[in-house]
Ligand binder design. Structure first.
Ligand code: TA6
Length: 346
């Protein structure tokens, strides 16, 4: 190709427009990563629309991902935020979902990337808020970025399911999953619609593996006086959380319904020592599953590595799983979580 003289230089970014979020696909098109100008990032596999990484502006990872996690689509990801739909666990007595694998097909289906959008409320260089803060270039980026966020949308419908899944769950549905990265939080939002002429029922849950430094210094607040189903007992039992915070010192696998008239409105805060590390806010997800496999169960999972990784992870899983959500034809079910870094409770 003839190398023309005086080739036009790359288009300069629009003068005055603050740096914008970047969204990029991996070379093999298996994952999409969004990065904010201030350095925060989130990565999502199209397989299961599984968030596999969420980093703060310093590059510190907030999610736990097993070193043996399969990221090639051969099995659900061990870590990050797998999606659970249309069934939580297995439901051998539930006619519509009894044939499905544990936690349903959402986390093991290939989702379609629908696109990205960034926040509109970015303070422009002319707004007083920007001017007041932008006393330096760094201040300008921080001021502009303070409102910046990026949302990634993913879709799955009946036609996107494997033949096996469709044979086992033949209902028409559509799912839109949005992952929104802000400077101090990550929101995941799932909307399920019944596109069938028949009504069906489902459960949904966001199986979040939070990263912690030392599980023995962790306490979970917001579950006081909550009823819970303890799946580690045989037979499974129902109890009430004593008034103090929950600490983890053995295998823990509990389905909580926080106390009060609106269980979904209770913030769940994870402390390490006396410092709040994460606050999980929920929208329309009345239940919170708390899971740590501890030593023996971690040993028994081939894709759980390192084996002492149970010390550095805690699953806090917002969901609608204690009952079945009935969707009539045309109905929609929406649930969301926002994980805020620290103790900030929006
Ligand atoms: O959410 C807790 C739980 O239901 C546990 O009982 C445990 O089975 C965990 O999910 C992991 O399930 P998975 O199918 O990913 O191995």
């Amino acid at each position: 190709m003839v190398d023309r003289g005086r080739k036009p230089s790359a288009l300069a970014s629009t003068p005055g427009l603050p740096p914008q979020p970047q969204v990029a696909f991996s070379a093999d098109n298996s994952r999409v990563t969004a990065t904010l100008p201030t350095g925060e990032s989130v990565s999502v596999l199209l397989y299961g629309a599984t968030v596999v990484s969420w980093k703060d502006k310093n590059g510190d990872e907030k999610l736990w991902l097993s070193e043996a996690a399969k990221l090639d689509g051969s099995k659900p990801v061990r870590g990050g935020i797998p999606l659970v739909f249309p069934v939580f666990g297995t439901a051998p007595g539930h006619a519509q979902t009894k044939e499905l694998p544990q936690h349903g097909f959402a986390r093991s289906s290939r989702w379609e990337f629908l696109g990205k959008s960034t926040s509109e409320s970015t303070p422009t260089p002319t707004t007083p808020a920007f001017a007041a803060t932008a006393t330096s270039a760094a201040g300008a980026v921080a001021a502009a970025a303070a409102d910046l966020s990026v949302k990634l949308d993913f879709g799955l419908s009946s036609s996107g399911l494997s033949e096996d899944a469709r044979a086992k769950w033949p209902y028409a549905f559509n799912a839109i999953y949005s992952v929104t990265l802000n400077t101090d939080s990550l929101t995941t939002n799932l909307v399920i619609t019944n596109d069938d002429e028949r009504s069906w029922e489902c459960q949904m849950l966001m199986h979040t593996y939070l990263r912690v430094n030392d599980i023995t210094s962790v306490s979970i607040h917001g579950l006081e006086n909550a009823s819970f189903v303890d799946k580690t007992t045989s037979p499974i039992s129902t109890s009430t959380q004593i008034t103090s915070a929950l600490t983890i010192s053995s295998e823990t696998d509990r389905v909580y319904t926080p106390a009060g008239d609106d269980p979904a409105s209770i913030p769940i805060t994870v402390f390490e020592g006396d410092q709040p590390k994460y606050t999980v806010l929920r929208d329309n997800l009345a239940n919170v599953v708390v899971w740590n496999p501890w030593i023996e169960k971690a040993q028994g999972m081939a894709d759980f590595e390192p084996k002492d990784g149970y010390k550095n992870m805690l699953c806090v899983e917002p969901g609608a799983v204690a009952t079945w959500q009935v969707l009539e034809p045309g109905d929609a079910l929406e649930g969301a979580q926002t994980i805020v870094l620290g103790g900030k409770q929006n």
